[in-house]
Design a protein around this ligand. Structure first.
Ligand code: ADX
Length: 197
């Protein structure tokens, strides 16, 4: 037995990993105010894609901020760092061939564009959850708007911290007007149009 055999490492590429899953990697980026429906839509969207056999992963502000980003607060600087880290993680996940669904308020245009530019053209799908502040505040699913109004939470998006509306989002969804099913369909249509799925 010849023990001096060379080990030829086959380099596995992004496109090989994606092809095995019969999909094109993509980052579906849901941005909008707290309470605008990002996490709910993300959950339904991932379930729909998963059911169709695609390999997906969901990244969500409320989860990431308990781990990867637990050292960050809601100052402008730390929100930028939050999005930068999420962008890097998503970049790796796309390299692994996944379709990633990210739900973050991501209030600043600059950081959203930074993430878009980290990826290949067409991979970043910006979905703007446009429900008006009054609707989000009325819903107040976590009671945070009430606390922000009472001055108990500072730098709260929409109250004491800005939200920069996307200038040219790929999909706009107003959860106060559109049903969840309709919203999922709209995003899936955009993914099909781009040959992602
Ligand atoms: S982001 O601005 O940095 O993109 P991210 O999406 O990660 O925000 O986290 C938002 C979540 O953190 C909200 O859904 C809410 O539950 C919670 N939160 C706590 N404090 C704040 C705050 N000051 N502004 C906005 N959201 C807050």
């Amino acid at each position: 037995v010849n023990h001096n055999l060379m080990h030829h490492s086959v380099s596995v590429t992004k496109s090989m990993r994606a092809a095995r899953g019969k999909q094109r990697p993509a980052l579906i980026w849901l941005t909008g105010l707290s309470g605008s429906g990002k996490s709910t839509l993300a959950g339904r969207l991932e379930a729909a894609l998963f059911q169709q056999g695609f390999h997906t992963y969901g990244l969500d502000g409320d989860n990431v901020r308990q781990g990867l980003c637990k050292d960050l607060d809601f100052s402008e600087r730390d929100r930028a760092e939050n999005i930068r880290r999420v962008g890097e993680v998503a970049f790796l996940m796309l390299d692994a061939g996944l379709i990633v669904i990210a739900s973050f308020i991501s209030p600043f245009r600059r950081e959203r564009e930074m993430v878009r530019e980290m990826l290949e053209p067409g991979e970043f799908v910006e979905v703007y959850l446009s429900a008006p502040l009054a609707v989000c505040e009325e819903r107040d699913p976590k009671g945070l708007y009430q606390r922000a109004r009472a001055g108990e939470i500072g730098n709260f998006t929409g109250i004491s911290s800005p939200y920069e509306v996307p200038e040219a989002p790929d999909v706009i969804i107003d959860s106060s007007v559109q049903s969840l099913d309709e919203s999922v369909t709209r995003v899936l249509d955009e993914l099909r149009r781009r040959n992602i799925v």
